[in-house]
Design a protein around this ligand. Structure first.
Ligand SMILES: [Fe+2]
Length: 292
């Protein structure tokens, strides 16, 4: 497909690379919103981005920035700033970039799966959930004054909440969805139960049903090596990925009538309404909803 014409999608910022993965003088080709792009770092280390047609750069991308050691691009006119994550840069937590993983589905499907509490026991058995405790206690959902969607007061018993866990624990969760293709989790830190670890997903939608997931962890974890932390994350995300690539329709239906929601879906329902209200067309299925 060609570059989307959806202004809501175009006017958002997206992570397209980790800055440290861009070798000086090398060109990194990737794709965003149906548009091939190339990234290249200049002599001063700052990246440039161009849209590519027939293998040739045809237009310099005006809106490019580096934040949190990720490279962000907006192919339209940004209507909002890149999200603020004040905890990055705080002393204490360890910041780790977790690489990029391709997933052949829409961005909204990936975000929805990320905050779905009810799949823990069945998809992440033994780590994020156990088959003996599958019920999701009620939680609160709200849209904040700044437009962000939040779920709070989520709790779940997890046998192994992170690579730093020594034993199972009741984990408190908050979910923050500041943009349609970005979500963050704040969850009780197993090694510092009075505080939380933060995990963020930045979705780079290559096309409507093909994405790259960039992510980071901000953890009270100084005992595991990077490799151990990445191994835990990859084990969990490989389980999510195997579910995600089989979900149909791949574009997220905004007003599903085929599925019967339960209270554990409160955030999912709110997310679909929030996307509907935003006017987003890219990666969502509005026709399916009508025909369902
Ligand atoms: Fe999951």
């Amino acid at each position: 497909m060609a570059k989307t014409t959806d202004p809501v999608a175009l006017n958002n910022w997206y992570v397209v690379a980790a800055l440290s993965n861009l070798a000086a003088g090398q060109t990194h080709r990737t794709r965003l919103l149906g548009q091939d792009i190339s990234l290249r770092t200049g002599a001063d280390g700052s990246p440039n981005c161009a849209e590519i047609e027939a293998g040739q750069p045809v237009r310099e991308v005006e809106h490019i920035a580096v934040r949190y050691d990720f490279v962000w691009v907006c192919l339209g006119r940004p209507t909002q700033d890149i999200i603020d994550i004040p905890e990055i840069g705080d002393s204490g937590r360890r910041y780790i970039q977790r690489g990029r993983i391709g997933v052949a589905t829409s961005g909204p499907r990936i975000i929805e799966n990320f905050f779905d509490l009810s799949h823990f026991s069945f998809v992440h058995t033994g780590t994020l959930g156990g088959l003996n405790v599958t019920e999701v206690p009620p939680y609160a959902v709200d849209v904040r004054e700044n437009g962000e969607l939040w779920a709070t007061e989520c709790r779940f018993f997890q046998p192994k909440a992170s690579s730093a866990s020594d034993e199972g624990a009741e984990i408190a969760y908050q979910y923050r969805v500041p943009r349609p293709f970005i979500a963050l989790i704040y969850k009780t830190s197993p090694s510092r139960p009075t505080d939380n670890d933060i995990i963020g997903l930045f979705i780079q939608p290559r096309d409507e049903t093909d994405c790259i997931v960039h992510s980071f962890g901000l953890m009270w974890n100084w005992k595991n090596s990077d490799a151990e932390m990445l191994h835990f994350f990859h084990e969990v995300f490989a389980q999510d990925r195997s579910v995600l690539i089989h979900q149909l329709p791949k574009k997220l239906p905004l007003m599903p009538r085929r599925e019967i929601p339960t209270h554990s879906d409160a955030l999912s329902i709110a997310y679909r309404r929030w996307l509907d209200k935003s006017g987003l067309q890219f990666g969502v299925d509005r026709e399916f909803a009508k025909s369902a």
